[in-house]
Design a protein around this ligand. Structure first.
Ligand code: THU
Length: 137
């Protein structure tokens, strides 16, 4: 299948190469296109105290916010080896974090290290979500 966002895939793959994943050995990269057009990429950062590990999507969102951007236009996640065919969709916590800076129709493109697999909207992955609008923001 043709990659819908090759620039984000390239950025996420490069970040994935730098993942700190000595415990799971499962490297993940994520790349966000923000409203400003800038691309923010991150990797998973694991910790010897296992629950303190951080997902690639969280790293990318932190970088986006620290850089002064707030809105996610689309996001790519790259997890798994080339040809694995397994969908590395964001974990539940990251789906909620994406909701903070995205919208129900925000595209989430899933790749393995070899290329494009499938796209979802955030609403497909997190239906009936609770977001800033529920609090009047
Ligand atoms: N992981 C991510 O970084 N993003 C995902 O979408 C799924 C899982 C990380 C967390 C952990 O470091 C490793 O993958 C195995 O769960």
């Amino acid at each position: 299948m043709t990659s819908p966002v090759p620039d984000l895939f390239t950025a996420a793959l490069a970040a994935r190469d730098r993942a700190h994943a000595p415990y799971s050995r499962f490297k993940v990269g994520a790349a966000i296109r923000s409203e400003s057009g800038a691309i923010y990429a991150g990797c998973n950062v694991e910790n010897a105290a296992y629950p303190q590990g951080q997902c690639a999507e969280s790293t990318a969102m932190g970088l986006m916010v620290a850089s002064g951007d707030r809105r996610i236009v689309e996001i790519v996640v790259v997890g798994g080896e080339a040809g694995s065919g397994l969908l590395c969709t964001p974990c539940g916590g990251c789906r909620q974090r994406i909701r903070e800076f995205g919208a129900p129709d925000t595209p989430i493109h899933i790749y393995d290290a070899g290329g494009y697999l499938r796209s979802f909207t955030l609403d497909q992955l997190l239906p009936f979500s609770f977001g800033p609008d529920n609090l009047g923001f």
